[in-house]
Design a protein around this ligand. Structure first.
Ligand code: SF4
Length: 61
């Protein structure tokens, strides 16, 4: 799984709350720390993508 955050991100921090192992909010945008994302975090990444208010998290499986 590869996860990216597009420019719609508002740095709200929800994804980092859900999965801090993968997401980290920097100045004005969330960063993905693991590429590829290990299997153990896949469900959390899907949850973060669903909960992101800006629909900024893109997942490629
Ligand atoms: S939940 Fe979405 S908008 Fe909020 S920091 Fe993460 S990617 Fe950005």
């Amino acid at each position: 799984m590869q996860v990216t955050v597009n420019d719609e991100c508002t740095a709200c921090g929800i994804c980092e709350d859900i999965c801090p192992e993968v997401f980290e909010v920097e100045d004005d945008k969330a960063k993905v720390k693991l590429d590829p994302v290990p299997e153990e975090f896949h469900d959390a990444c899907r949850e973060a993508a669903e909960d992101c208010p800006s629909e900024a998290i893109e997942i490629t499986e």
